[in-house]
Design a protein around this ligand. Structure first.
Ligand code: TYD
Length: 202
């Protein structure tokens, strides 16, 4: 079964889409797991709280290492064993988040991000990446009442650069990207995803 990732800026609606997608996949009786980054393992969740705690400050390159460490543990402990077992694996965020946020968003050279992540992901790239694309201004409105984590507190300019980065990645990796308008209804987004899944599962 394939490995699939879901990407998008903060507030693009990934969590809503994932929970609806889960329901639909359960109805279909598919064998699948859903995970999130950073996190998804005991160590990963500890790293997640370090990364997102507004009381700490980290440089962009320090972030790259921490996200890559969380990713390495997730790939080794969860993703590879699940794929080996024949499960479909869906991850909310993966290496493209590091390229978009730490690379396009914060100026870490993309080459360096690939080099640090290469041993972490052990050659595992997703077969399909769904990008929920949306104007950050709309997200700002959506996230208005949410308690913000450290990255979300960095503001609109970061989210704009991250969005631009994702669109560049979608252009570069055309063969694995599915670009979806995140202002559409979650039900519609999920049926597009299911259509595409049918194609990659075959
Ligand atoms: P996320 O799980 O998207 O947030 P929420 O719990 O609010 O839905 O939070 C992860 C944050 O980490 C998000 O702002 C994006 C950022 N991030 C990076 O900057 N680089 C990465 O490699 C990853 C995986 C996430």
């Amino acid at each position: 079964m394939p490995f699939i990732t879901l990407e998008g800026i903060d507030g693009s609606g990934k969590s809503t889409v994932i929970s609806l997608l889960k329901e639909r996949l359960l109805e279909k009786g598919l064998d699948f797991i859903v995970i999130r980054e950073p996190g998804g393992t005991l160590i990963g969740e500890r790293i997640r709280s370090l990364l997102l705690d507004p009381n700490y400050s980290l440089s962009p390159i320090e972030e790259v290492y921490l996200y890559a460490t969380s990713r390495a543990v997730l790939v080794r402990e969860v993703i590879l064993p699940a794929l080996k077992n024949g499960s479909l694996v869906i991850s909310e965020r993966y290496i493209d988040s590091s390229l978009a946020y730490q690379g396009y968003g914060k100026g870490v050279p993309l080459k360096l991000i690939y080099e640090i992540n290469r041993p972490a992901i052990m050659g595992l790239y997703p077969e399909l990446t769904i990008l929920l694309d949306i104007d950050p201004l709309i997200c700002l409105e959506r996230l208005k009442d949410k308690k913000k984590d450290r990255i979300e507190l960095e503001g609109l300019t970061l989210q704009r650069n991250v969005r631009h980065g994702y669109l560049k990645l979608a252009e570069f990796y055309k063969e694995r990207y599915l670009l979806l308008d995140a202002t559409r209804k979650p039900e519609e987004i999920v049926s597009e995803i299911l259509k595409e899944l049918k194609r990659v599962i075959r």
